[in-house]
Design a protein around this ligand. Structure first.
Ligand SMILES: Nc1ncnc2c1ncn2[C@@H]1O[C@H](COP(=O)(O)OP(=O)(O)OP(=O)(O)O)[C@@H](O)[C@H]1O
Ligand SMILES: [Mg+2]
Length: 373
């Protein structure tokens, strides 16, 4: 699929991962920005780097692009190490948050730029430019100048310009963050469709977890220069490996608790609540301090005796199919619960008795946040 131009990267090594990042480290003076990144990206895959501001996403992307030189480890593409290959020889397409399109060139000339630099001219140039513009629905604006275009249109130009060279790898750094919410959702679907149709291996950066889940084949969650978990969106959401990933993906309620002996087995004691029985596992021992993570959708209304946790309803918000309750727990903390909208839900001032949906109680060690159950 990928075309090699300019003495760039060959299609060799089609068997292994398309991109292999191994043991990559990067320092800015005393500050360790990347702390040993190992990441494989399959051919045609859309991999997203997701993490909070300052975690090293842009640094990793710029290192892959060749704009920054790493201190340790290596990057290979198609089986070939590219550590010493100049950025312009990598044949990578790039799309940035700040459009980075040429203001003095028309849309068509912006898109043609990379092809001309590669010696493409004549009919082939025109047909490839028009094809790229069609793919981002901008044929009608081919003669326009960037000044006279909206943010969404400019970003489409950026996308067409990156795609037209048939890049070996497409790198995108928060390409949608300057757009309004509605356009962001539209554009992310377009990017996804185009990326799949063309089969372009893509490394995409965002700090928006919903965008990451919507667009990616796999998501690499980063924190402080390290990868915390790399997996498909469903796996990241349903089976996060630690407290950081759990909290970053989807958000959730946290409760402090302790493991206790309960009958012949184990129980979870939350402040002010009757203990909840737990399936025995070697990872839990009586006396252990834990943190319980409960997503808002993982509760159910129950009668008093089956209650795992209760709270006084502070706010009840109708949100269509579901209703959100903001509750105050007996121990003082507040938490949110989403229940299917139905008549008879507890109202403001009522005490709601809640159970935990089976299999949805995630327990983490109180000290280091590692996943226990
Ligand atoms: N040229 C530089 N010199 C010194 N420190 C830098 C440099 N570039 C980045 N950093 C630091 O490295 C860390 C990672 O920065 P990076 O831009 O990769 O974060 P990011 O995950 O892309 O964040 P954001 O979501 O805000 O874009 C930050 O703490 C940043 O201040
Ligand atoms: Mg960044």
């Amino acid at each position: 699929m990928a075309t090699s131009v300019d003495g760039g990267i060959s299609a060799a090594g089609a068997q292994g991962p398309h991109v292999r990042i191994s043991g990559l480290t990067k320092r800015f003076e005393a500050f360790q920005a990347l702390g040993g990144i190992d990441l494989d990206i399959a051919r045609g895959e859309l991999m997203t780097l997701l993490g909070p501001s300052g975690c090293g996403k842009t640094t990793l992307l710029r290192t892959v692009a060749g704009f920054l030189r790493h201190d340790g480890g290596s990057i290979s593409v198609g089986g070939r190490v590219i550590d010493d290959l100049a950025p312009h020889k990598r044949n990578f397409g790039m799309v940035f948050q700040s459009y980075a399109i040429f203001p003095h060139l028309s849309v068509k000339d912006n898109v043609a730029y990379g092809l001309k630099a590669r010696g493409v001219g004549g009919k082939e140039l025109t047909s490839r430019v028009m094809e790229a513009l069609a793919s981002v629905k901008l044929e009608a604006l081919a003669e326009r100048f960037p000044d006279a275009m909206s943010g969404g249109q400019k970003q489409r130009v950026g996308l067409a310009r990156a795609m037209v060279i048939k890049p070996e790898l497409l790198l995108m750094d928060e390409p949608l963050s300057n757009l309004d919410a509605k356009l962001r959702i539209e554009m992310r679907q377009e990017i996804r469709l185009m990326q799949k149709q063309l089969g372009i291996t893509t490394l995409y950066v965002t700090h928006d977890q919903e965008e990451a889940m919507a667009i990616s084949d796999r998501v690499a969650v980063m924190d402080r220069g390290t990868l915390q978990q790399v997996a498909a969106p469903e796996a990241i959401y349903d089976n996060p490996v630690n407290a950081f990933v759990t909290d970053f993906i989807g958000g959730c309620n946290w409760f402090d608790g302790q493991i206790i002996a309960l009958g012949a087995g184990l129980g979870l004691a939350l402040a002010g609540e009757a203990p909840v029985p737990l399936a025995a596992t070697s990872r839990l021992t009586p006396g252990q301090m834990v943190r319980l993570a409960m997503r808002t959708e993982d509760f159910t209304l129950v009668g008093g005796p089956d209650c795992a946790i209760s709270g006084t309803v502070l706010i009840r918000s109708y949100l269509g199919q579901r209703t959100r309750l903001r509750l105050r727990h007996a121990a003082g903390s507040e938490f949110d619960v989403d229940l299917p909208s139905a008549p008879g839900l507890p109202g403001e001032g009522d005490v709601a008795h809640l159970g935990f949906l089976p299999g949805r109680t995630r327990l983490f060690a109180a000290d280091d946040g590692r996943r226990l159950v």
